[in-house]
Write a protein that binds this ligand. Structure first.
Ligand SMILES: C[S@@+](CC[C@H](N)C(=O)[O-])C[C@H]1O[C@@H](n2cnc3c(N)ncnc32)[C@H](O)[C@@H]1O
Length: 231
């Protein structure tokens, strides 16, 4: 009997957010666990496992074989969404990468904001830069969910193409509509700690630019503290 793949909490949340019968593209698939799990569960109609590296794709192929879904997956070695279009996928997952890499990938694929493609984005870093970029470049964040994995909280953005009113500084740095999430308080605490550390680092340096930036971060930190207090 074929083994059942189990996912870590971060990937499980992403899997739970993929709609039934989706045509999935998993960009930066690495081990391939997400599409393999969804195929095993009969949750998706098709899957593309894409990665910029040949070694990660080989890993994904081995995962697919091990868990008996080798035929259901198309493997693509490419930078981001190059060679993938709306005819191939209605749901795109870009997870486990820096916010700047996710921006790079989406900016090369403007079709992702033209139709009804669902984007599930999970940045490891620069979350605020990604929120700001999406907001300023024709994407609308419809929800944000949080998950704890190995003592760290990760946000997962649900995004479609479309205009959205400008996000506030509190939303850019603290998340969009996270109040409904049971982990919202802890997430805001995490963000506040990060800002304090960045401020302290800047204040150790010399020069008025550093002081000015530290002051700006201090103002943002206070906004997040107010948001935290209102939960
Ligand atoms: C840390 S792994 C994340 C794997 C998986 N998505 C997850 O969330 O667990 C990042 C993967 O993204 C791939 N990657 C980085 N930049 C990429 C790009 N521009 N296009 C496609 N894949 C990329 C890397 O080769 C690596 O396999």
């Amino acid at each position: 009997m074929t083994e059942q793949l189990h996912l870590q909490p971060r990937l499980q949340l992403l899997a739970d957010l993929v709609p039934q019968d989706a045509r999935l593209a998993d960009i930066g698939t690495d081990h391939g666990y997400l599409p393999v799990y969804l195929l095993q569960k009969g949750r998706i109609a098709s899957a593309i496992a894409a990665d910029i590296g040949q070694a990660p794709l080989d890993h994904a192929r081995r995962t697919a074989q091990q868990y008996g879904v080798g035929d259901g997956l198309r493997f693509l070695c490419c930078d981001g969404l190059r060679g993938i279009g709306p005819e191939d996928a209605d749901t795109v997952v870009i997870a486990g990468m820096g916010g700047e890499t996710i921006v790079h990938i989406l900016s090369q694929a403007p079709w992702t904001k033209a139709g009804s493609t669902l984007l599930l984005l999970q940045p490891m870093t620069k979350q605020e830069d990604l929120r700001r970029w999406l907001n300023e470049n024709g994407y609308a964040q419809s929800a944000e969910r949080l998950v704890r994995d190995k003592d760290y909280l990760y946000p997962v953005f649900t995004v479609f193409g479309g205009e959205q009113p400008p996000l506030s500084v509190g939303e850019i740095y603290g998340g969009v509509d996270i109040e409904v999430d049971p982990l919202a308080g802890e997430y805001l605490d995490q963000r506040i700690r990060r800002l304090s550390q960045a401020e302290a680092g800047l204040l150790k340096g010399s020069g008025s630019e550093n002081r000015q930036r530290a002051e700006e971060l201090g103002k943002i930190r206070k906004i997040l503290m107010e948001r935290r207090a209102d939960l």
